[in-house]
Design a protein around this ligand. Sequence first.
Ligand code: ADP
Ligand code: MG
Length: 489
Amino acid sequence: MKSGRERHLSTQVWQDQGSEARSSGRSRGDTGQDELASQWSRVRGRLQEEIGEVEYRNWLRQAVLHGLDGDEVTVMLPTRFLRDWVNKEYGGLLTAFWQAENPAVRRVDIRTKPVGTSERAPDLAEAEVKGAAVKPAAARREIEDRQDMSAPLDPRFTFDTFVVGKPNEFAYACARRVADGHATPGFNPLFLYGGVGLGKTHLMHAIAWELSQRSDEVTVAYMSAEKFMHKFVSALRRQSTIEFKNELRSVDVLMVDDLQFLIGKDGTQEEFFHTFNALVDSGKQIIVSADKSPSDLSGIEDRLRTRLGCGMVADVHATTYELRLAILEAKAARAGVNVPGRVMEFLAQKITANVRELEGALNRLIAHANLFERPVTLETAHEVLHDLLRAYDRKITIEEIQKQVAEHYNIRISEMSSARRARNIARPRQIAMYLAKQLTSRSLPEIGRKFGNRDHTTVMHAVAKVTELIDADPDFAEDVELLRRILTV
Ligand code: ADP
Ligand code: MG
């Protein structure tokens, strides 16, 4: 998983590209390779601005420019799924942006990469912008592993930008307390939990910023549980676990985000448990987040669960209408964009899932308004956000999910409830459970019952497994994303 900072950095980069494209005017018919590459990077920048970061990342990030032949640009995507989707959804935009960049272009041909060249091509645009050679991902990861214990912090995730309301005031107060450095042992560990996109990571980064501002001497290590595991496993591989342990145990504050990723990872849990004890015993602060309370985190070893629950446990609740509105107002003000009250009320009413989605919707509106130099109105909101709004208007059922997933993987619907455990059956079943959790408001036991009376822990395991695969395997992620899209349009 990419850290927040990396994500936002690249957004920034793209946005800069977009504005450059606008101000420098368009040009030029006949083009050399360099020129073509920079045109492509501007096209990508504008695409990202237009469709928003999330969609861009899901669908277009892997697009690679193949070349310009006569009046036809060829763009490659790694799979047929992606190719068809991009063609259908973004073909028009791609063509329009290309034509705006290069008048010689008449058509954009979207193809899959020929077999044997499936690895990702070097990302011209990113290399260009950063002015540095692109290092292979594996080498980069090795260096990262050795260099820093902490993942980068998102500069926007501070206490200043965190909007406090009823659902999060307790978690906020606890976070403040720990960040002030006056926390009593009762606050150790601080355990923040709640659904996705409700501000847990934001609060953790805010604590880290605050502490590091207060004093240069406090060392804070922030990382996702996944990163923790990754570092641990690679230390094992390099036979440098002692170094790893020492380094971890030398920090003053350790933050581990999304601890639910350690479900089922027994070795890593064990290591975390020992680190945890060593730090707490020497008076250091631990802050952990997860999607559930310690007592509900089944799949975590009992002794670790017990320790996690013995400090301060703070729940970040789902947002209320008032909080959503306050967040929108704060974000629009910060962006310096005039968004009419009616539009914000409309968004706050409609987009209820989490703050991330709310923020994404607002960003899309703002980007759209900038791009077309039109004011934000209720009408443009409907237009720009139609896909998102439609998903909210529609209630998806577990049966629909089962049917769609079964069809997609070419298995019988009855297998969704059967006892068969062969991989080609079990995996789609797990995906369906995952989607049921994501797209419906059904509880884990309810979902379990719909899948042949399975236990809720089976559903939980499926959700963890699919989440893990999504992070590890881009093809798999794309498959699941496609299903999600099919179900929500
Ligand atoms: P989580 O870690 O709980 O999944 P994040 O902390 O990543 O959620 O939050 C998702 C997005 O929503 C971030 O961009 C974050 O800044 C924003 N956000 C969440 N809660 C708030 C809040 N109370 N005020 C301002 N922004 C928020
Ligand atoms: Mg988070």
